[in-house]
Design a protein around this ligand. Structure first.
Ligand code: CA
Ligand code: CA
Length: 691
């Protein structure tokens, strides 16, 4: 008999039968009502308190499924310690450690519970899902830490979430958070968590909340969110690639909050006043950060209040340390006062110009150490900022020009560490290629640099609009500058200036002679015949007869990709400077064909007799930025119409018109004419003209 009992016991241990029990309980009675402690499924109705939870915890070792959905949890304080050293237990609360380490796979919670105690389900390594009731207001420390939950939705009423509430949940993939707070270390080490939704009521993401969430590439924040703080280390060592916080009313981002992530860019909210130490450090993929600028904030300023500018006053220690690809050249804006130690340590990306606004008054130890890609340092600070130790350690200061406010240059030259930079006495703004003059070849050099880089140009001279970087916007500024420099000179004075400096070419512009009547607007096409060089830009003076104005100038055919600019001269009302250049370095390769179209308008008093339009001082620029001077080109604007190319270097001796009957005259016949132009050098050209 004893042997048989033993065998039965063995069988029970090896294959525990599925045993489901329903109990109508009165608080404190569960131990009396459940006699079989090997049950696997239990449904409790009625009431229960901490004593019943203790019974389940200590005796129902095989329990996998627990349904408490119809039970009411009542308070108990019998003076005895039940869980740990605690004696008093509230109503509607799952007691602390109630199910710690149990085999539970499913649990249904009472709709009425308001609180889940410390580590209540921690270590339930088979618990894959739980629905948190709407009434829930508190989730205590580690409540679900180390469970097998795959998703969790936190109801809006949850105003308190303790430490590590869902930490080390290695199967957790999705979290929807509707409460007000994401607690300290809430999802620490949840390395499969990939989908996080932050609801409109979430105000705080606390310390280490998503630390180590390697699968978390982005986080979905409700646009109406009132998130005001992201605490220390909140996303450290996570997989975060992007996060949109720019429009949130956020004041603080804590220390190392976004360190060691995969972020590529980040726009900081305009309201941010505190960015903690190391907040964006060691982000190897980070290329761009937009600093807070209150003017970019969606926060409305009171009606009538003055516009104000606010940004971070303090760039704290290590903020961008190790962000090797970050370009901080233009990042700092007015308002920044100090730059902490190691703030830009090893930010080694190539930077045209690193800019320090005039508000900067100090840089800490090693603040810019290892910034080996810095090419120019520009400071607007009139008072030389104070420096910590070896601010530019590892930086080849003697090769980097320092641009300081003119009045302070001598102070910088005399200041420790600052003095090690290169001080160039002067440079000519616009002389991009450093040849001592500002002209069209500087334009092409600047375009070439902007498009492809690689070209050795004077970056200080090239930053025409003084915004700290050199780009295509400087090109248009430079074109305007070049045109401005010629607009006060006569055509002849310009000729004197360029003659002898530019090599002549036989490549030539030509244009059609046309008929222009008083009050008429019409176009004239200009062609380029080039067999010596390829060109990428041109400049010339357009001289119009009295009574004619330039309406438009456009690149056509061979130059359809070129941008043309014109500016009327200040001294001579009938002279325009024209500049055409390809912003993509497109070339007019050797060949012939139309390049630009002039649109001109004659006033009512225009006299077409002997009226001539001329393109003078024609400078053609090669892709290597060499300028060649071509012959002037001209066209007659008489009453004849047709194709008549005139080269002013060839002076015309006579023009004869021959009609279809073979009659000759020095004035056109009605109908079709053959025009025979004889030049002083004896050559002739012929063309057809319809009168
Ligand atoms: Ca130049
Ligand atoms: Ca610029």
């Amino acid at each position: 008999m004893r042997k048989l009992f033993f065998l039965l016991l063995m069988a029970a241990v090896v294959t525990p039968a599925l045993k489901a029990v329903n109990v109508e309980n009165t608080a404190g009675q569960l131990a009396q009502l459940v006699t079989d402690t090997q049950i696997t499924e239990l449904t409790v109705t009625g009431t229960m308190d901490a004593r019943d939870f203790l019974f389940i915890n200590e005796h129902l070792t095989e329990l996998t499924s627990l349904d408490l959905s119809q039970v009411t949890i009542t308070a108990v304080d019998n003076g005895k310690t039940l869980f740990g050293t605690v004696t008093g237990y509230s109503a509607n609360q799952i007691p602390r450690t109630a199910f710690f380490g149990k085999k539970l796979t499913t649990v249904a919670l009472p709709e009425t519970i308001e609180s889940i105690g410390y580590a209540a389900f921690a270590g339930c390594y088979q618990l894959t899902s739980v629905t948190l009731p709407e009434a829930l207001a508190e989730i205590d420390d580690y409540a679900f830490s180390g469970t097998a939950l795959t998703s969790i939705e936190i109801p809006a009423n949850v105003g308190y979430m303790g430490k590590g509430a869902f930490s080390r949940c290695e199967s957790l993939e999705s979290a929807v958070i509707n409460g007000t707070t994401v607690g300290d270390y809430a999802f620490l080490g949840d390395f499969n968590l990939s989908n996080v939704q932050i609801g409109a009521d979430v105000s705080y993401i606390l310390k280490g909340a998503f630390n180590g969430c390697k699968a978390l590439q982005t986080i979905n924040i409700d646009p109406a969110s009132t998130l005001i703080r992201i605490d220390d280390e909140a996303f450290i060592n996570s997989g975060l690639e992007s996060i949109n916080i720019k429009s949130l009313p956020m004041g603080t981002i804590g220390e190392w909050a976004f360190a060691q992530t995969k972020l590529t860019s980040l726009e900081l909210p305009g309201t941010l006043t505190n960015l903690g130490e190391g907040a964006l450090a060691h982000n190897p993929l980070l290329t761009k950060v937009t600093m807070p600028d209150i003017r970019n904030s969606t926060i409305r300023r009171p009606k009538g209040a003055p516009a104000f500018r606010r940004t971070l006053e303090y760039i704290k220690d290590y903020t961008f340390a190790g962000d090797e690809q970050l370009n901080p050249g233009k990042m700092l804006i007015y308002g920044v006062k100090s730059i902490g130690s190691h703030a830009f340590y090893n930010v080694s990306q190539d930077i045209d110009t690193m800019y320090l606004p005039s508000s900067v008054h100090s840089l800490g130890d090693y603040a810019m150490a290892g910034m080996t890609g810095m090419q120019v340092l520009k400071t607007d600070a009139v008072e030389v900022p104070a420096l910590g130790n070896e601010v530019w350690a590892g930086v080849d200061q003697p090769s980097i020009p320092l641009i300081a406010p003119e009045a302070s240059v001598e102070l910088y030259k005399a200041a420790d560490q600052w003095m090690n930079f290169f001080f160039e006495e002067s440079y000519l703004l616009g002389d991009v290629n450093r040849d001592g003059v500002v002209n069209i070849s500087d334009v092409t050099a600047l375009i070439s640099y902007s498009v492809a880089g690689g070209l050795d140009i004077d970056l200080r001279a090239a930053d025409i609009n003084s915004d700290g970087s050199v780009n295509i916007s400087d090109v248009t500024a430079l074109i305007s500058m070049v045109m401005g420099s010629t607009s006060e000179l006569s055509v002849k004075a310009i000729r004197d200036q360029i003659a002898g400096k530019c090599v002549a070419t036989s490549d030539v512009l030509s244009l059609e002679s046309v008929s222009l009547q008083p009050g008429q607007t019409r176009t004239i096409d200009v062609a380029l015949n080039n067999d010596e060089h390829d060109y990428t830009a041109m400049q010339c003076e357009l001289v119009l007869p009295q009574g004619v104005t330039l309406t438009a100038v456009d690149g056509i055919e061979r130059c359809s990709d070129h941008s043309f600019f014109s500016r009327i001269h200040e001294q001579e009302s009938n002279v325009y400077t024209l500049i055409g250049a390809s912003m993509k370095m497109d070339q007019m390769t050797i060949g012939e064909g139309k390049v630009l179209r002039l649109t001109i308008t004659a006033d009512e008093d225009f006299d077409g007799n002997n009226a001539e339009l001329m393109l003078a001082n024609v400078r053609l620029v090669t892709p290597d930025h060499e300028i060649y001077l071509a012959d002037d080109a001209a066209a007659m604007l008489n009453n004849a119409s047709g194709i008549e190319q005139v080269n002013v270097d060839k002076e015309i001796a006579a023009v004869r018109y021959i009609n279809v009957a073979g009659q000759e005259s020095d004035t056109p016949f009605d109908g079709m004419n053959i025009v025979v132009t004889t030049y002083v050098d004896g050559t002739t050209t012929t063309s057809k003209v319809l009168k």
